[in-house]
Each structure stands twice: as C-alpha cells, then as structure tokens.
Design a protein around this ligand. Structure first.
Ligand code: DHB
Ligand code: FE
Length: 288
C-alpha cells in the first residue's frame, strides 16, 4: 500500500523564488535563508518520495473572487507555473499524479470533506517556492522536479477561512486515503505558508518571533491542542497572513502519532529565520 513517511513544512515567500531565479542566493541578505535549507535539500536527495502531496494556498492566481474553493485537490496530469506579473518563474512544469489524486478525492469526500476537484490550474509561488527551496535550482529546459506533485489548495486569502481544527481532521482523512491506495508509494505531505507576516494595513510588516516558536513547539509536541487555536489568534498574534499556518495542520494531522499514540515521530530538521521579505521563515521536517 502507499504510505506517508514524512512531512515537510516551509514558508513560501515569493521573493525567495525571485532570489533563486535572479542568482542572488549568495547575497548577504539571502545567504542565511538558503543555508537554512542546505540540510533539507540533502535530505530530499537521501529520502526521495514517489509523490509529494503539497498543501499550499493560491494567491488569487488560479482562483479569483469569482470562485473560492475552501479545499481544492489537483487531479490533472500537469500544472503550469503561473505568471504572477513578472512572467512565469523559470522552473519546470509540475507533473501531477492523477491516479493517486483521484483516489484521495474519492476517499476524502466519502469521509465527508467536500473537496473541489480541479483538472486545470496554474500554480503560483505558494507551490513553486517550497519546491525550489527543497529541490534546489532547476533548469526548465533540461530538468524536472524529482517526482509528481498533487497540489492541494486551501483558501486562506478570502474570508471565511477553514479552522485549524478542520485542517487537522482533514490531514487524518488524507492519511487514511493514502493508506487505502494499493500501489506501494512513498508519499511526503507538505504544509506550506506562514509563519508570522502581515502584508497590509496599519500593522504591515508585523513579525512575532516568540509566538511563532511557541506555536512550532506545540504543533510538534501536542498537535491536537495546537489545532484548537482559534483563527483570530493567528491574525492577532501572527498577522493577517499568519493564518496561512493552518495549512501546516493538514500535514501534521497526517502523521503517524496522530493516528496511533504508540507511533512516535522524529524531528529531522527545524529552522527559523527573520526576516525574508516581510515574513518570518519557518521550516520543519518530521519523519514517521
Ligand atoms: C510575502 C509573503 C507571502 O506569503 C506572500 O504570499 C506574498 C509576499 C512577503 O513576505 O513579501
Ligand atoms: Fe502567501
């Protein structure tokens, strides 16, 4: 059967993508950020998944105010990198896994989560920046991402947004779905976005290092309690865009210790850096 062996968590700051694409990763401002992911890129090479289930948010790129799915699963064969205003990022096309994605859609919808099924969608920095951080620089003409990706878009942009509790329960349903797939696939689940940042209004530029790190501690050690954090706490403490963190709870809910207390998980990597652009960068790798 397929199984989830690890989860990866990372911020998705678009300026990180631009720094990679414009060859600025060695500049003093960016060096500490990319250094923080060196271990993780090696870990990806040493622990290659067959499929990445990538939880992210679209930033009014594929969706607009015309159509606002709370949870959308990509079932397509491929996804083009989006043009976010400066042309599409020069990264490889993202190949999907329609068979596993369709199976997960069937299983998770039957577990009473109303997913939107998406057969055509461009993917923005929410998805491509985490891939670049973990997989390194790739030439779209010669290279491919290391494996197929199932994009799973969560609405954290337009209110009302889903609760951490619902995201955590959804992660548990995704785990059941993956484990009921017959093929022997090694699946990684990624939760992306965050940590504290606010891009708008009077508090633009807000970063809360203390709250972020306390949230990480609890998310690792007691995810059920962390999932009970009300959405207003994210907004108050981590800024309006800090709400992106509920997506991490989907990946956390899919981990082995949540399904079975006798199955401890291990923290393979933890990294935190302030700031990158307007955002506090947080990153974790958890293994089952
Ligand atoms: C920034 C962060 C984001 O999450 C985003 O979607 C856009 C911009 C930033 O820090 O600049
Ligand atoms: Fe964002």
């Amino acid at each position: 059967m397929a199984r989830i062996t690890a989860s990866v968590y990372t911020s998705h700051v678009p300026a990180i993508g631009a720094a990679i694409d414009l060859g600025k990763t060695h500049e003093p401002y960016w060096q500490p950020v990319f250094k923080g992911y060196e271990y993780s890129r090696q870990w990806m090479t040493d622990n290659p998944p067959d499929v990445i289930f990538l939880v992210y948010n679209d930033h009014a790129t594929a969706f607009s105010l015309d159509l606002i799915p709370t949870f959308a699963i990509g079932t397509a064969a491929e996804y083009q990198p989006a043009d976010e205003g400066w042309g599409p990022r020069p990264v490889p096309v993202v190949k999907g896994h329609p068979e596993l994605a369709s199976h997960i859609a069937q299983s998770v919808i039957q577990q009473d989560f109303d997913l939107t099924i998406v057969n055509k969608m461009a993917v923005d920095h929410g998805l491509t920046v985490p891939l670049s951080l973990m997989c390194g620089e790739l030439d779209p003409k010669k290279d491919a991402w290391p494996c197929p990706v199932i994009p799973f878009a969560v609405n954290v942009v337009q209110y009302p947004v889903p609760s951490g509790q619902r995201c955590f329960a959804l992660g548990q349903a995704i785990r059941k779905a993956v484990e009921s797939y017959d093929d022997d696939l090694n699946v990684h689940i990624w939760g992306t976005g965050g940590m504290s940042h606010q891009l708008q209004g009077a508090r633009a530029g807000l970063i809360n290092r203390e709250w972020d790190n306390a949230w990480l501690d609890q998310m690792i050690a007691d995810p059920a309690a962390c999932a009970a954090t009300p959405h207003i706490d994210y907004v108050r403490e981590a800024g309006s865009e800090g709400i992106e963190l509920v997506m991490w709870l989907i990946a956390r809910g899919a981990m082995a210790d949540v399904a079975d207390k006798n199955h401890p998980i291990s923290v393979r990597r933890r990294f935190y850096h302030v700031p990158a652009s307007n955002t506090a960068v947080g990153h974790l790798i958890l293994e089952n």
